[in-house]
Design a protein around this ligand. Structure first.
Ligand code: NAD
Length: 300
């Protein structure tokens, strides 16, 4: 039987509609408009597209979007100064620094400069640590989106064997933490893993975030597994000579074996931005609660 195609676009649209309603409510109750500040350093075209798209989606749900475009030769100190100013601005609820950064800037120092309560990408070491010990944290957007798709698909994940291919701090590791919190048995594979096909074959849930086009073959996948393909790879199509986007899983081989599978594009990608908005809303709600806690009254 052919797999169900998991429509991340539709789910993301539904989540954005819910966020729009909650954003309106926050404005009515607290007079607060959730605000996301995006910082782009340099002129990488792909990064510029991502930042623009995030800004458009932010405004579509009724939030305020601030965008800071900085030249690639900006110093780390100047970047940290901007982050400091945004940290101290009560009107800014979420801050994201678009990655990658130019080589002369230390990514770890920059990400650690963001106030953990405004770290809507969930990359701050405090949020990573909280996630690792199972404490409430801002969770990185892509794994959060994958979890929402999995829960929608499977409901309770308890006891299922989840295999995560890729262990980056942005996708693979937080994904594995979330699956563990959902009481899965979790295996993590990476570039040095031996016998990848044998490990993949054990998966009831397979999440692939390797950045390796077509890495996972259909013959590796257990019958009935749910497959989440995070990979976004631009390849040149030999037939047309045009570039196209493919995932890390060979979709045509995997679809007849899996019970459900995300397409690329249209699977995980749209969920990532929806979850960024979700995190921004949560950060704004937290700021309102803190304000309410400290003043005891609501804003007019
Ligand atoms: P990364 O390069 O930081 O990490 C890749 C991981 O995959 C590493 O842990 C590496 O060990 C592992 N890996 C690489 N090749 C492998 C192989 N042949 N066998 C087994 N493991 C292998 O990448 P990342 O930032 O985690 O992103 C992974 C992919 O997900 C990329 O294609 C990226 O574009 C995509 N991505 C998509 C979204 C989205 O919104 N859909 C968001 C973030 C990343």
């Amino acid at each position: 039987m052919a797999a169900k195609i998991i429509d991340g676009k539709a789910t993301a649209q539904r989540i954005r509609a819910e966020i729009a309603t909650a954003t309106e409510r926050l404005a009515a109750e607290f007079g607060v408009q959730p605000t996301l500040a995006a910082i782009l350093v340099g002129d990488d075209p792909a990064s510029a597209i991502y930042v623009r798209r995030k800004g458009e989606h932010t405004q579509e749900v009724g939030m305020r979007s601030l965008s800071f475009k900085l030249p690639s030769e900006i110093s780390e100190t100047e970047l940290l100064d901007l982050i400091d100013r945004l940290n101290g601005d009560a009107g800014v609820h979420g801050i994201l620094v678009q990655l990658p950064l130019p080589a002369h800037i230390d990514r770890g120092r920059v990400l650690s400069g963001i106030d953990p309560n405004k770290d809507v990408d969930g990359f701050h070491i405090v949020n990573a640590g909280k996630l690792a010990v199972g404490a409430p944290a801002i969770v990185p957007c892509t794994p959060l989106g994958c979890m929402l798709l999995l829960s929608e698909q499977l409901g309770n994940l308890e006891g299922l064997h989840a295999v995560v291919v890729g262990c980056s701090t942005i996708v693979g590791r937080p994904m594995a933490e979330l699956l563990l919190q959902a009481r899965c048995t979790v295996s993590i594979a990476h570039i040095h893993t031996r016998d990848l096909p044998d490990i993949v074959a054990q998966a009831d849930i397979l999440v692939v975030a390797a950045g390796a086009p077509g890495l996972v073959r259909g013959s590796w996948i257990k019958q009935g597994a749910v497959v989440i393909d995070v990979g976004i790879n631009r390849i040149l199509c030999p037939e047309t000579g045009k570039a196209r986007i493919v995932g890390d899983v060979r979709f045509n081989e995997a679809a007849p074996v899996a019970s459900a599978i995300t397409p690329v594009p249209g699977g995980v990608g749209p969920m990532t931005i929806a979850c960024l908005l979700k995190n921004t809303l949560a950060a704004a709600e937290l700021a309102c609660r803190d304000r309410l806690g400290s003043s005891g009254t609501r804003a007019a």
